[in-house]
Design a protein around this ligand. Structure first.
Ligand code: NDP
Ligand code: GDP
Length: 323
């Protein structure tokens, strides 16, 4: 019998990549997704999986809907990717961010505990939990110090996952993923904002790009590599927590100059600093240590950042041309 996986947040970047990975492995994939006023399946369509996944409407903040999907589907694996995932918006919507990212996570865990306790659970934790970093390279043993309502809410999601594992013996793992990008990244994130602007400037549709803190450094990987790590975590005999990162850190400024240079442009000629884009509290630098994932999961990133940027620019040039 084919395995069945439920993915919350299936219409997001990672949901689209993970759907394709699981479908290619022969899984039956159920998307648990809120009903929205407009179509949210563009990423699933770009990955050519929209007609291969089954959708069930629901919201992680609504326990009754989560219980319904777990009871009716009896999944083998549950990937909790649903989130208000944009750090910048979390200061404007702190309560909503806590509802989805924190309460949403315990709802999913509780529904599994009550309805399908043998299901294996993946929690989408984040390097934002390290925030004001307590060590130059962050590993599973680095203390957390979140710097945004997003990071604080995700920290609850992380610890409640650990707690349900220890309290009830659930096969619940938490992936502490560092930033990962792709052509399917949301336009509000700095990488995609940059590649979209590069495409528009190249095609004469835009002249300038306004950015905030260009000194911030991130450990940027490729989403397609990172969803493999999620799956590997749930194939282990025992649940655990893993840092997933590349081990390289790049500044926003460096990302920007590479992106413009790929398109044959000069970033200095087009980029302006806009102080209104600075955040109330900043995560200055993130650099992950993926040693544990390499030794226990056999996982390693395989896509260099430059290749990811090239993919993103190619996709954005195509989209802008088609507008
Ligand atoms: P996206 O923002 O692209 O996707 C988030 C998904 O969650 C969307 O499908 C969204 O649906 C859904 N969602 C939002 N609210 C709810 C809700 N109340 N109930 C059910 N679904 C909901 O995020 P990514 O794919 O980039 O990230 C996946 C997960 O990994 C997130 O939890 C994110 O916080 C985490 N993460 C991401 C990192 C990254 O660099 N990408 C790094 C570390 C962690 P809709 O669009 O309809 O709102
Ligand atoms: P995050 O790491 O999840 O917050 O991912 P983002 O892509 O949103 O931001 C990465 C870094 O880029 C942060 O330190 C931001 O402050 C910085 N940054 C600078 N300018 C911008 C901008 O215009 N938009 C966004 N989203 N981030 C910016």
């Amino acid at each position: 019998m084919n395995k069945c996986a439920v993915i919350t947040g299936i219409t997001g970047q990672d949901g689209a990549y993970l759907s394709r990975l699981l479908l290619d492995k022969g899984y039956r994939v159920i998307g648990f997704t809120p009903r929205r006023g407009s179509d949210t399946t563009w990423r699933l369509r770009e990955m050519r999986v929209a007609d291969r996944v089954e959708m069930i409407y629901g919201d992680v903040t609504d326990l009754s809907s989560v219980l319904h999907v777990m009871r009716s589907q009896q999944p083998d694996e549950v990937y909790n990717l649903a989130a208000q995932s944009f750090v910048g918006a979390s200061w404007n919507q702190p309560v909503h961010t806590a509802d989805v990212n924190a309460i949403g996570t315990v709802n999913v865990l509780e529904a599994i505990r009550q309805s399908c306790p043998k299901a294996r659970f993946y929690q989408a934790s984040t390097s934002e939990m390290f925030g004001n970093v307590q060590s130059p390279k962050q590993s599973e043993s680095t203390p957390f110090y979140p710097r945004s309502p997003y990071g604080v809410a995700k920290l609850y999601g992380h610890w409640i996952t650990v707690n349900y594992r220890e309290s009830f013996g659930l096969h619940a793992s938490s992936g502490i993923l560092f930033n990962h990008e792709s052509p399917l990244r949301g336009i509000e994130f700095v990488t995609r904002k940059i590649t979209d602007a590069v495409a528009r400037i190249k095609l004469g549709r835009q002249r300038t790009l306004k950015l905030g803190n260009m000194d911030a450094r991130r450990d940027w990987g490729f989403a397609g590599d990172y969803v493999q790590a999620m799956w590997l975590m749930l194939q282990q005999p025992k649940p655990d927590d893993y840092v997933i990162a590349t081990g390289n850190s790049t500044s926003v400024k460096e990302f920007c100059s590479v992106a413009f240079q790929i398109a044959g442009l000069e970033s200095d000629a087009h980029v302006e600093i806009d102080k209104s884009l600075m955040r109330p509290a900043e995560v200055d630098m993130l650099l992950g240590d993926p040693t544990k994932a390499k030794s226990l999961l056999g996982w390693e990133p395989s896509t260099p950042l430059r290749q990811t940027i090239e993919m993103m620019i190619d996709a954005d040039l195509q989209r802008v041309r088609n507008e």
